[in-house]
Design a protein around this ligand. Structure first.
Ligand SMILES: NC(=O)c1ccc[n+]([C@@H]2O[C@H](COP(=O)([O-])OP(=O)(O)OC[C@H]3O[C@@H](n4cnc5c(N)ncnc54)[C@H](OP(=O)(O)O)[C@@H]3O)[C@@H](O)[C@H]2O)c1
Length: 483
């Protein structure tokens, strides 16, 4: 063992941890200590990558002794109980001022709890969302760290050295905010990813069923879209997925893949949190529910007896329809991102985090799944107006919605008439119309609430809180100022 030779350590050397350790070791100035619960993974990593100059440790004591102060360790183990188990061990061998980073996919309330508990020992705890999967961990992820300002001083340069780099040379990492802020933002990132993927899937489905184009032809359409305002990693990989042919059957691979989408839970966390915060993230919610619906084959089987509209879906102007779908996709995407940023804004207010929304959009420009040029426009919007209440109202997005709304409505109408599910397209449009409405039927809901539960209501013409004495025969109505 080389005493105190390493400036950073990694605990947990499965796929993510070993790739992150290799990424760290490849950057100038880093020497990386590595530890894994079972020895085999440590031995295998050190033997496979002698060029990395890893400092292996086989106990927590040895691991702590191999790190220079303040000791800094990134945990990359299975989220949940294993993370708590590793934190408990590190706290025993670390000292006040040292830094423990959880780079796993933790649920942000767990990070808030862990930060509070670890802080009492004088050790810093940082929950860091790391996006980009195993490829990102190795070559440059987008990193969303929370934790104290003190820990950022040591951790910032290390994380900047391994993060993905955006086109303008900026590393895709920023100190998001205190305690659970990093994992919160990573959670919403994943929720937005769900919405973006669902919207793209709906666009594909509508084009295929409306125009009869083959997956390979639609791949060309997506490749073309990837040169314009929709340019993004997800559009790029969609073209590749659609072009893939199954070697066994010769069919497009997308036709051979079972149509039941899986989920690891971050979409559900995003929606549950949004419900608690009272923020409508309908695009993310519909995307999450669409995966749930797809994964109930027994219900889908019995529901096939239910009637559809009974008409053939064949558009007259295929090229025009494809362009309409492109515009509907862009408009719906603007709404999905606007909703996601709204959730971050509301989360920051609820948990007392100071989150720079423009900086968040910038660190998503490379290294993560939703990376896209589009994020530069979000950064521009927040640079111009940091307190922007609705992202979709920023001039660039408002202009795109103005240009695209007629096409968006045509696509939702066509999908509805043809009986093709487009929950993310149509819920985004409903949100758009709800948000811009002069007056909502919420007034009637307030009346109903007051009728059955004396929940009271406010009036448009005077201050105060009112309750009506609703009569049994509904004829005698009297307002009472209870203010
Ligand atoms: N951001 C992303 O894109 C992304 C992608 C994948 C994963 N992740 C997250 O990154 C983390 C690591 O993922 P992974 O796929 O590399 O590994 P994983 O399969 O989630 O976990 C395996 C690792 O956890 C260790 N471990 C399990 N229980 C433990 C315990 N009680 N005490 C100590 N160590 C324990 C294992 O050690 P042994 O070898 O001894 O069993 C092994 O090193 C997870 O939180 C995961 O959710 C993120």
């Amino acid at each position: 063992m080389n005493a105190a030779a390493a400036n950073i350590g990694v605990v947990g050397l499965a796929v993510m941890g070993s790739n992150l350790a290799r990424n760290l070791a490849s950057r100038e100035g880093n020497t990386v200590a590595v530890y894994n619960r079972s020895r085999t993974k440590t031995d295998e990593l050190v033997q496979a990558h002698p060029e990395a100059g890893f400092v292996p440790a086989f106990s927590y004591e040895e691991f702590a002794a191999s790190l220079s102060k303040p000791r800094t360790a990134i945990i990359m183990v299975k989220a949940g109980g294993p993370t708590d188990a590793v934190i408990d061990e590190l706290v025993k061998v670390f000292e006040p001022g040292d830094i423990i980073v959880d780079g796993g996919n933790a649920y942000f309330p767990d990070t808030i709890r862990r930060e509070k508990a670890v802080r009492e020992t004088g050790i810093n705890f940082v929950g860091a969302g790391i996006s980009g999967g195993e490829e990102g961990a190795l070559n440059g992820p987008s990193i969303m760290p929370g934790g104290s300002d003190e820990s950022w001083v040591t951790l910032g340069p290390i994380l900047k050295s391994i993060a993905a780099v955006a086109d303008d040379g900026e590393p895709c990492v920023t100190h998001i905010g205190h305690d659970g802020a990093g994992h919160f933002v990573k959670m919403v990132h994943n929720g937005i990813e769900y919405a973006d993927m669902q919207l793209i899937a709906e666009a594909y489905d509508l084009i295929r069923r409306g125009t009869g184009r083959t997956p390979a032809e639609i791949a060309d359409i997506f490749a073309e879209w990837n040169t314009g305002e929709l340019e993004s990693y997800l559009i790029e990989i969609t073209a590749e997925v659609l072009r893939q042919v199954d070697a066994e059957t010769g069919k497009p691979l997308v036709d051979v893949i079972l149509d039941q989408a899986g989920a690891k839970g971050t979409g559900a966390w995003t929606v549950q949190t949004a419900l608690s915060l009272g923020v409508p993230v309908s695009g993310i919610a519909e995307a999450t529910f669409a995966r749930s619906l797809s994964s109930h084959p027994e219900q889908r089987e019995v529901a096939r007896v239910l009637p559809g509209p009974g008409t053939e879906f064949q558009v007259d102007d295929a090229d025009g329809f494809v362009e309409d779908v492109r515009q509907a996709l862009f408009a719906s995407k603007i709404i999905a991102y606007s909703q996601g940023f709204d959730e971050i804004r509301a989360g920051a207010a609820e948990y007392n985090w100071t989150i720079d929304l423009g900086a968040v959009s910038k660190i998503w420009r490379a290294g993560c799944i939703i990376r896209a040029q589009f994020l530069n426009r979000i950064a521009d919007a927040y640079a111009e107006q940091p307190e922007l209440p609705v992202l979709a109202t920023a001039p660039y997005f408002a202009d795109a919605l103005t240009r695209g709304q007629a096409a968006w409505r045509r696509v939702v109408i066509a999908a509805t008439q043809a009986g093709i599910p487009s929950p993310a397209f149509s819920s985004s449009l409903a949100y758009y119309d709800g948000l811009r409405a002069d007056r909502l039927p919420a007034a009637l809901v307030q009346g109903q609430r007051d009728f059955f539960g004396a929940h009271t209501y406010k009036r448009i013409d005077k201050e105060g809180t009112f309750h009506t004495l609703w009569s049994g025969d509904r004829t005698e109505i009297e307002a009472e100022d209870t203010h």
